[in-house]
Write a protein that binds this ligand. Structure first.
Ligand code: HEC
Length: 205
């Protein structure tokens, strides 16, 4: 009797231990998976920031070269033909980058409904005193095995931008803008305001 009880106790303990082990292993792998997906998101974010910085640098260089001889009208022509291509230069099958604005010049840069809401929330945040650099929206949506990472970062109005986006744009420049963009809305901006944003969509596993 005693012998039998010890055996069944041992079996019980064994199965009990096994179940505990199983649960522990499941918990551990969940934890590791969680860690992994977290570091993945951080890695993806770093990638996106790198792409945005690269694109911004490209655009800035082109703008600076175009403005070098002070001919803004000529610069508009260059911007018109190159900005869109430069923005999309780093697009891949998995990553798309574009510029958006509530007051857009190029209709191709019109925000989607969701982007419009985010841009409006940036405006409110800036009004409430949040630092410009913190005007960032991040979201990861998981769909089956694929994740979609959305990253939207506000672009500030700097001094040089006022030549073509300010409220005191010269008549000559304005005329050229109207020729290229008859429905232009991207005028009347002040220093430090939100000119628009980079909007990046990136899918990964
Ligand atoms: C020489 C004139 C000129 C200057 C200076 C200029 N832009 Fe633009 N900008 C344009 C033109 C033309 C477009 C439309 C073509 C395009 O980029 O798609 C545009 C479009 C944009 C867009 C895309 C949204 C939209 O309205 O279509 C953003 C964002 C933007 N500019 C930001 C800036 C910022 C920030 C600066 C200053 C660092 C700046 N621009 C300086 C001419 C200019």
């Amino acid at each position: 009797m005693f012998y039998q009880t010890t055996i069944s106790c041992r079996i019980l303990a064994k199965t009990y231990n096994k179940s505990i082990m199983k649960i522990l292993i499941i918990l551990l792998s969940l934890f590791i998976f969680h860690l992994k997906s977290d570091t993945d998101s951080n890695y993806q974010e770093e990638l996106i920031i790198e792409i945005i910085n690269k694109t911004m640098k490209n655009l800035k260089n082109t703008l600076q070269t175009a403005l070098k001889d002070g001919n803004i009208v000529e610069a508009i022509k260059i911007c018109s033909s190159q900005a869109q291509d430069l923005t999309m230069l780093n697009n891949t099958e998995k990553t798309s980058i574009k510029r958006i604005s509530l007051k857009y010049r190029n209709p191709a840069n019109k925000p989607t409904k969701k982007e419009e809401l985010i841009l409006k929330s940036f405006e409110e945040k800036l009004q409430s005193g949040i630092e410009f650099n913190d005007l960032v929206f991040k979201q990861t949506i998981t769909n089956y095995k694929e994740k979609t990472f959305t990253y939207i970062k506000a672009i500030p109005v700097k001094e040089v931008c006022l030549n073509c986006h300010g409220d005191n744009v010269s008549k000559k420049v304005l005329k050229q803008i109207k020729i290229n963009y008859p429905n232009d809305k991207a005028i009347g901006f002040n220093l430090g305001e939100i000119r628009g944003a980079f909007s990046v969509r990136h899918t990964f596993n």
